[in-house]
Design a protein around this ligand. Structure first.
Ligand SMILES: [Zn+2]
Ligand SMILES: [Zn+2]
Ligand SMILES: [Zn+2]
Ligand SMILES: [Zn+2]
Length: 394
């Protein structure tokens, strides 16, 4: 199979001059809008000047704020505040999904990437664009200006990230407006409307509902008064789940007692098939394990014709024996992120018996945390991981 390496990124230097100029442009735009808003506020206040007399603009602003309980003024105040936030949001949002970047749970960072012309993209959309380009064998471009984008050409924009943190966001449970930095914690720990399970869920209560209803529910919940006999079935079910989880660890401990164990830190690199429509696949270079030669191959979405059509992305891999075998070889194997990789995966143990007629294991799914994780790997130049192999002696 003829193959060619896909090289997208070139130079690991970031465009410092560009990032400075666009940051300056952005600050200018923010300043412009702020000035506009302040002048709008002053205009609004001078409309009421007969009521407040002739005060200095600063003092007038203060007065406006302090009489916020006057319904008319309060309304105007809200409209103005909305306008500023709304307009800032419009400027700082991602050019692809038109949303403001979201933070991960308890990670107070809202990563915003910008192209060399200053267009902003959220981290999720940026990796998605890079991953799509990888799948299509195209160069990734900014959706706004079509300039080339890559990890080396684009950079983060800390000013925007900080500005976004200052803008309020809506709680997805109670719709309350909160500073973005507090939003995650509020949604997980404090929101009265967040969905929780019954305190007695572990002994079989299926109830779930808003947090403020969980107290009254627990008072009347019938599950704590059930007999041991009735609770037993639930406990047996829970045990079954734990046993399944424990199996993986037990089998790994068993395998660690094998005589022949080997690990290799490998790198999957992207290649193209030489079919009419070039398809993306990944392959490592050859490596040695148990005195035989191997490679690992990987592909996206079980070789689906066009994975760019689907949002759900998955990587699967196989190990391929490259040496001739005289006696069959039973191999257990597991891949981990290893010291040089950063894939977030749930380790899964697989087994295959290699012999003269079967030198390729079936493709097995790499159990990544989510589709975004898969895009992250596709967007990278190569995928690093560790392969541990155990040879079962007959
Ligand atoms: Zn986006
Ligand atoms: Zn652009
Ligand atoms: Zn809330
Ligand atoms: Zn209950």
């Amino acid at each position: 199979m003829e193959s060619s390496v896909v090289v997208m990124d070139t130079n690991p230097t970031t465009n410092a001059i560009n990032s400075q100029t666009t940051a300056a442009n952005l600050m200018e735009r923010i300043e412009e809008i702020t000035e506009e808003i302040v002048s709008e506020m002053s205009d609004a206040i001078s409309d009421h000047s007969d009521r407040y007399g002739s005060q200095s603009p600063k003092k007038r602003l203060k007065t406006e704020a302090s009489i916020g309980d006057h319904s008319d003024d309060k309304h105007k105040h809200l409209v103005m505040k909305d306008k500023l936030e709304h307009r800032l949001g419009g400027i700082l949002c991602c050019a692809v999904c038109l949303d403001l970047p979201k933070s991960g749970i308890f990670q107070f960072c809202f990563i915003q990437i910008k192209c060399t012309n200053g267009h902003l993209m959220c981290a999720g959309c940026f990796t998605h664009l890079l991953a799509d380009a990888r799948l299509r064998d195209e160069t990734a471009t900014c959706p706004n200006c079509r300039c080339v984008i890559s990890r080396d050409l684009c950079s983060r924009n800390l000013a925007v990230e900080k500005a976004v943190c200052e803008l309020p966001g809506l709680c997805r449970f109670c719709s309350k407006e909160l500073p973005r930095v507090l939003l995650d914690k509020h949604q997980v720990d404090y929101c009265e409307e967040r969905i929780v399970r019954c305190t007695f869920a572990r002994i079989g209560c299926p109830w779930s509902g808003p947090f403020h209803e969980s107290g009254p529910h627990a008072e009347t919940c019938i599950h704590p008064n059930k007999s041991g006999r009735e609770v037993l079935d639930v406990l047996i079910g829970l045990d079954k789940e734990t046993i399944e989880e424990k199996k993986l660890y037990d089998s790994i401990f068993d395998l660690l007692s094998f005589e022949k164990i080997t690990f290799n830190d490998l790198q999957l690199k992207p290649y193209r098939t030489d079919e009419y429509i070039h398809k993306l696949y990944y392959e490592t270079s050859r490596f040695t394990a148990f005195n035989t030669q191997w490679v690992v191959k990987a592909r996206v979405n079980e070789d689906q014709r066009d994975p760019t059509q689907s949002c759900e992305r998955q990587l699967s891999y196989q190990i391929v024996l490259k040496s001739k075998l005289t006696t069959p070889m039973a191999i257990h194997y597991v891949i981990l992120k290893g010291p040089f990789g950063d894939m977030k995966l749930h380790p899964r143990l697989y087994k295959h018996e290699f012999n003269e007629s079967s030198n390729e294991s079936p493709f097995q799914v790499i159990s990544l945390h989510d589709s975004h994780e898969c895009n992250k790997l596709l967007a990278a130049k190569a995928i690093n991981f560790r392969l541990i192999m155990f040879q079962m002696q007959k």
